[in-house]
Write a protein that binds this ligand. Structure first.
Ligand SMILES: C[S@@+](CC[C@H](N)C(=O)[O-])C[C@H]1O[C@@H](n2cnc3c(N)ncnc32)[C@H](O)[C@@H]1O
Length: 285
């Protein structure tokens, strides 16, 4: 168990799908065209496979997906639905803190991840960028939480709760002290240092009054995190949660949750890449 339930991942998927930055997605799709009519993709920390569902319709017709996660129950549910002609899926149990390199080996043209980078440490991110860059692979990372949360209407304790949540986001999530809200910024800088061109854009969730279930989950999670980190007292966190739930019940709560998507691709001419790449797989781009 990773602490991410299949139910939670299923609940967030439609919001992620709507929020994914269209310009970034277009860049991924445009780069994928250069792979020809077949592409190999590794999705790191796939959960129940939402990146596959979001990206597959934009990629060449023949696709070979390797879905990687260390949570066997999520992996079992990943892409368990209807088979799509031309899209082959292999599910691989991997602990990315230990075996990242193995996950990236083999015939791969594109590496993807969603809602992962904010969980990882600066050291692990450097390791990821090094390994991806060593293979000259492009990298698409969506839905990286960036610390912005806007409530409407506002409550006097919102800022204190979200500041506490953002501290909690930086605690160890299994990869060492997490980057949390700094993840996208750090990934953009690291890929640029590695000689990549990076496109990025916001992919904020816009939660409307009718989005009650996900708002309820988020509010409870934020109150718990704020209390756990100790920056907001238990009575304050409880009172804040009650007030926000009352607004939600009254159909008056909207929340924006900030995310950033990135697509990083190695800079270089296709001719140069082709002459360098004699292996079975070549990067797209
Ligand atoms: C927030 S979920 C995102 C899941 C999916 N990418 C999505 O967008 O719905 C984070 C995922 O990271 C996986 N994960 C956490 N630590 C991991 C590790 N050490 N190795 C592999 N996967 C890990 C979890 O099991 C979970 O599926």
């Amino acid at each position: 168990m990773s602490g991410f339930s299949a139910e939670w991942l299923a609940r967030r998927e439609p919001y992620d799908g709507r929020a994914r930055n269209r310009d970034v997605l277009e860049s991924v799709a445009a780069a994928a065209v250069t792979a020809g009519d077949a592409i190999g993709v590794v999705d790191l920390a796939c959960g129940i496979g939402s990146t596959l569902r979001a990206l597959a319709p934009r990629l060449p017709p023949r696709q070979d997906w390797r879905l990687v996660d260390n949570d066997l129950s999520l992996l079992a549910r990943a892409a368990a639905g209807k088979a799509v002609p031309g899209v082959a899926v292999t599910r691989i149990p991997v602990d990315l803190t230990r075996d990242l390199e193995a996950a990236l080996d083999g015939p791969v043209n594109l590496v993807t991840a969603s809602a992962l980078l904010d969980l990882v440490s600066a050291d692990w991110l450097e390791r990821l960028v090094t390994e991806v860059a060593a293979r000259r692979l492009p990298f698409y990372a969506a839905l990286n939480y960036d610390g912005r949360v806007v409530f409407d209407p506002v409550d006097p304790l919102d800022s204190a709760v979200i500041a506490a949540v953002n501290l909690h986001q930086q605690t160890d999530k299994g990869f060492g002290p997490a980057l949390g809200p700094r993840a996208a910024e750090a990934a953009i800088a690291a890929f640029e240092r590695a000689g990549y061109a990076v496109v990025h854009g916001r992919s904020d969730w816009q939660l409307l009054p009718r989005d009650r279930d996900i708002q309820r989950d988020m509010l409870a999670g934020w109150a718990g995190a704020a209390r756990e980190i100790g920056a907001v007292s238990l009575p304050d966190a409880a009172a804040w949660l009650t007030r926000r739930r009352d607004l939600l019940a009254a159909g008056r709560s909207t929340i924006t949750v900030g995310h950033v998507d990135i697509f990083a691709r190695p800079i270089g001419t296709r001719a140069a890449e082709r002459s360098q790449s004699k292996s079975t797989s070549s990067p797209i781009g």
